[in-house]
Design a protein around this ligand. Structure first.
Ligand SMILES: Nc1ncnc2c1ncn2[C@@H]1O[C@H](COP(=O)(O)OP(=O)(O)OP(=O)(O)O)[C@@H](O)[C@H]1O
Ligand SMILES: [Mg+2]
Length: 406
């Protein structure tokens, strides 16, 4: 253990140094307060200092104050040597930061005992510092581990979504594929007859006419079946392309009310005579940065979903409103008075391929794509649904504040 000794009285400094060194401590000496402070600035700093109180310029108490204030120094145990141990004096010394004091002239046994205490203190401090470092390292490792686990979970979640998607895609494509191949088999069977009939017709007219009539009737169905299957597959692929949305659309300032009115015109064939659509559009909304086609796609999805959900609702109504909230967000709500959804369905509606429609009737991609589009626009989409009361979707999109309009 390194001990710093500071005293302007050379004789007593040498004497103290000799006895302290004899007890096995490594010593360094300073003749005044300034030198003592300079000696604290070295790679292996002394951890115990025995300072004479009275030294010229910077006295022992001031050295103590500066050492204790310096946050770059490790804990230093300071013993002050004083000829005046009056109570008020010692209060001042402890307030300056000393850890102990010895009255001059001192008894070497007492100094040895007090140095042993100092030694113990420094060792405790070393242990605590090491443990604190260890804890900080553990905390860092735990943090890193938590980050890694979070990444793994996100990855697992992605894989699960991918799994669900793949299962959904397989199911969706299998279905139209089944009737394409069914119809191809039919055409194949028909072809034998057609082939033979054409051949016969060439040889002896009017043979096989019954079969030919049957084929004439059935053939368009088979072809229609194939073309239906093909267009369903095309629809699924189109949905997936929209889902992947790699083509980053360019955004420009657009008007939400125009989008809604346009979307409603497009959705009309699926909604007219089925649902009464009311609009309550705020007349002076700011624009927002967006892709009009994509936002229209979202409105169409919500409108068509509502119309489909309200198939057996008496007086089906869908109200679409636009408004502005305090946080500079454009708010769009679509509220229907349809059957609503149970909570376990609500939890899943934004998942890709989640649908409650019979096989072949819905891809379950509509809301998942819509949510993706809204998120891409920096907005959010929420749903509130109560069974037998209806469903309300709320979309928020960040409005363009005047200075951001280009
Ligand atoms: N307004 C609504 N009222 C009740 N249920 C709804 C409503 N909108 C959506 N849903 C439920 O959410 C499910 C998922 O909707 P989503 O649009 O993602 O797929 P889908 O409509 O089933 O299929 P697709 O959009 O391909 O026709 C629907 O199957 C339906 O159960
Ligand atoms: Mg839908």
């Amino acid at each position: 253990m390194k001990v710093l000794l500071a005293d302007d009285d050379q004789t007593s400094l040498r004497l103290t140094e000799r006895i302290v060194a004899k007890w096995g401590y490594q010593t360094i000496t300073a003749n005044d307060g300034r030198q003592a402070l300079d000696l604290m600035d070295q790679p292996s700093v002394p951890r115990i200092a025995i300072l004479d109180w009275n030294m010229p310029e910077i006295d022992g108490l001031e050295v103590t104050r500066r050492i204790k204030k310096d946050k770059s120094l490790p804990f230093t145990y300071i013993i002050i040597l004083t000829g005046n141990t009056r109570q008020d004096n010692m209060v001042q010394a402890f307030e300056a930061g000393i850890d102990d004091y010895i009255a001059k002239p001192f008894n070497p046994d007492e100094l040895r005992a007090r140095l042993a205490v100092a030694n113990r203190f420094v060792e405790y401090d070393n242990t605590i510092t090491q443990q604190a470092e260890l804890l900080t390292r553990y905390a860092g490792e735990m943090h890193q581990l938590a980050d890694e686990r979070a990444q793994q979970l996100i990855h697992a979640d992605r894989m699960a979504t991918l799994g669900t998607m793949s299962a959904g895609i397989a199911h969706e494509i299998n279905n139209p594929n089944a009737f394409i191949s069914g119809n191809i088999q039919t055409i194949d069977r028909f072809w034998d007859v057609i082939h033979k009939t054409i051949q016969d017709a060439l040889d002896k007219p009017q043979s096989n006419s019954e079969q030919l009539r049957f084929i004439l009737n059935e053939m368009p169905n088979a072809i229609e079946g194939i073309s239906d299957g093909v267009s369903r597959i095309a629809g699924i692929v189109k949905g997936l392309k929209a889902y992947a949305r790699q083509d980053q659309a360019t955004l420009k300032p657009i008007d939400i009310n125009d989008c809604i009115l346009h979307a409603l015109r497009i959705a009309k064939p699926s909604t007219k005579n089925k649902v009464n659509i009311q609009t309550d559009l705020h007349p002076s909304l700011p624009q927002f940065n967006g892709n009009a086609q994509q936002i229209e796609q979202v409105i169409i999805n919500l409108t068509v979903n509502a119309a489909q959900a309200m198939k057996i609702t008496s007086n089906p109504m869908l109200t679409i409103t636009t408004d502005m909230d305090q946080n500079n967000q454009i708010k769009i709500t679509t509220a229907d008075n349809g059957p609503g959804m149970p909570p376990d369905v609500v939890d899943k509606i934004f998942n890709p391929f989640f649908t409650t429609k019979p096989p072949g009737q819905g891809t379950g991609l509509g809301l998942s794509i819509s949510q993706g589009i809204i998120h891409d626009h920096g907005g959010k989409i929420d749903v509130e649904s109560h069974q037998n009361t209806g469903t309300t979707f709320t979309i928020q999109l960040p409005a363009l504040v005047p200075e951001t309009v280009q």
